[in-house]
Design a protein around this ligand. Structure first.
Ligand code: FES
Length: 295
């Protein structure tokens, strides 16, 4: 359902953008037409005035001409007002939709097609191998999924608590765990896709053992947050489009103001705030917690 919502918002953004373009075009045409028409009207009135001086019977025609020009002007203003209102509404809708899509776009979308295929095709062969849970949980992974399903139920209403439990255990939602959930419950791949992409608490990609949040609030942005993020990503060799290094040691997130603007630029490493940083200083701050072993 939320996937449908995503598509609808995308369509709304496109329609709003098209409406903005049409309104701007109409206003431009209206303005250009008025600029072209004004000299013609002035010329007509001047001509009539000249004729009135020679023949008084032309006086009513001047009055009629003035009325026509005034009526045309008022009509154009009304039309432009309506277009301007539509333009404002469309622009507001576009900005709102674009913000929503941008917020959703930061999270990797669920490969729904793949999950649907998995749901359709019963699993055969050896048991699934789930990624290791952080913290070295001793419980077998399949047993973990079965346990949380038993705990929260098999109905569709249990989707969010189950996803939350998986997220809390693995710090992201592994495809293999989601497949097991689909097999063991009435929850559908589409429902999982919708929930996991709609709620920002869910991640579809693995998280590093340490989470580095780089503040990109206004104060930190002005103080060089972008340089810090870029340097961290470069030093940690995080590829473009990803937020976690290959060893799953560090995840670098860009976040809004964390409330320590006087220390800008600020990063938070596993919840600890470090401020007044340079790009090099930010990398040095990670050196103390670097570990050669992967998560
Ligand atoms: S803007 Fe970074 S802490 Fe406020």
């Amino acid at each position: 359902m939320n996937q449908t919502l995503h598509q609808r918002v995308r369509w709304a953004a496109w329609i709003a953008a098209a409406a903005v373009a049409v309104c701007v075009l109409l206003l431009t045409i209206s303005y250009a037409a008025a600029r072209l028409q004004a000299p013609r009207d002035e010329k007509t009135v001047a001509e009539l005035k000249r004729k009135v001086r020679e023949d008084a019977s032309f006086a009513p025609r001047i009055e009629a001409e003035h009325k026509r020009i005034t009526a045309a002007l008022q009509q154009r203003r009304k039309r432009d007002d309506v277009i301007a209102i539509v333009l404002l509404l469309a622009a507001s809708l576009f900005v709102a939709a674009a913000k929503w899509l941008a917020a959703c776009g930061g999270r990797r979308q669920l490969p729904m097609d793949r999950l649907v295929q998995l749901k359709a095709a019963p699993r055969q062969g050896p048991a699934l191998t789930l990624p290791a849970a952080p913290g070295g949980a001793e419980e077998p992974h399949q047993a973990f999924v079965e346990r949380i399903v038993e705990q929260h139920g098999r109905s569709r209403e249990a989707a969010i608590p189950i996803l939350q439990a998986i997220q809390a255990h693995y710090r992201y939602l592994p495809d293999e765990a989601l497949k097991l959930v689909c097999e063991l419950t009435e929850i559908t791949p589409a429902q999982i896709a919708g929930s996991s992409s709609f709620y920002s608490q869910f991640r579809r990609s693995p998280r590093g053992r340490h989470v580095v949040r780089v503040c990109h609030g206004t104060a930190c942005h002005v103080a060089g947050a972008r340089l810090i993020t870029d340097e961290l990503r470069r030093r940690l060799e995080i590829p473009g489009g990803a937020d976690t290094d290959a060893q799953r040691l560090f995840t670098v997130d860009e976040v809004a103001c964390v409330g320590c603007c006087s220390l800008a630029p600020v990063i938070m490493v596993d919840g600890q705030t470090v401020g007044k940083l340079t790009p090099t200083g930010a990398c040095d701050a990670l050196d103390g917690i670097r570990s050669p072993s992967p998560a």
